[in-house]
Design a protein around this ligand. Sequence first.
Ligand code: PLP
Length: 395
Amino acid sequence: MKYSFAELTKNYQSSAVRDILSVIQQGDVISFAGGLPSDDFFPLEAVRDAYEKVFVSGKSSLQYGLTEGFTPLREAVQAVMLRKGIAAPLENIMLTTGSQQAIDLFSRVMLSPGDVVLTEDPTYLAALQVFRSYGAKVVAVNGDEFGMDADDLEEKIKEHQPKFVYVIPTFSNPDGKGWSSERRQKLLELSYKYNILILEDDPYGELKFSNEEVFQPIASMDHDRTHVLYTSTFSKTVVPALRTGWVTGPAEVMAMMTQGKQMTDLHSSSIDQQALYYIMRDFDLNGHIEILRREYYHRMTIMRDYLNKLDSGLFTWKEPKGGMFMWVQGGEELNVTNLLDAAVANGVAYVPGAPFYVNEPQLNTFRLNFSHSTPEKIKIGMDRLVSVLLNPATL
Ligand SMILES: Cc1ncc(COP(=O)(O)O)c(C=O)c1O
């Protein structure tokens, strides 16, 4: 049988990163490739206790729930956001199946084929997949370590009249970058000037390594609450398996997204949302996040110290101030996709940077995840990686 799929499925792309991951998940390979949080700190007891509480609370806990999600958890999320300076009314907060679903629902209600979305370059691959799946054209804005270049942004807004600008301003995936507050402010100013929405994706903001620098969400600067749609998640702070994220934004956009969600799945798992509510109520989540910050910082420093062994003229990287990723750039002629086989044969893996690019991919870049492997594994893996990168035969 020849299946005649919908026209828009022509835009579907398999995730190049997932394809790579499936190849390198073998034997003794130490992988810095996946974007995984550490299992070592998953609060197993707290999760188990929370589910117990859901089940003893009675049969009504198993009933259908609101599309917007379990109200007590939405209230807890409201308090979390308020601490970040985002004052969102409860009716504008929706729980989603991960922040991934928030990206999808927003795109679903905003994008028609041919519409333009502006992004950073490189950026989160699975968001690019979503935008393109609705037939949108993705246009990259130039940037540097402080965020999008404001002049290029303004020019591209004028040229393309985009539907929205998608950004991960706080410890981005893939490049770990944290935007300066000036660039955040500038993006917001331009979004007001040209009447354009911002989709602020903030899964990593809680994982900052120091309190010295403040990475204020752009949504917290949007005092009219008219221009920023903000999404975050419990995937990196509690566990990804609960598949619970949230989204807040302008009332009209939220109302439209709620309708979109009704069609998609009626509501996300209310058992999981209730469990998360008990975790937020009874578990010291802030203390837990402090542990993650400390441990991830420790792991990052180990990785950084190994990278320091590489000839600094040939490889460059920026030490991230939070999150889960380091982004490394090699010499002009280095092709890290070709080098991956040698690395895997030597028992270590990374993700080549190419799939994260919107424009011409820089084949000499790669992403390293420092959250998932233990310090011991990081040392062994980085020894292996450095030896591959420094071996002129493989270069
Ligand atoms: C930048 C970014 N946004 C969104 C997500 C989706 O996370 P989740 O759906 O688990 O909340 C991820 C996951 O890695 C991510 O890196």
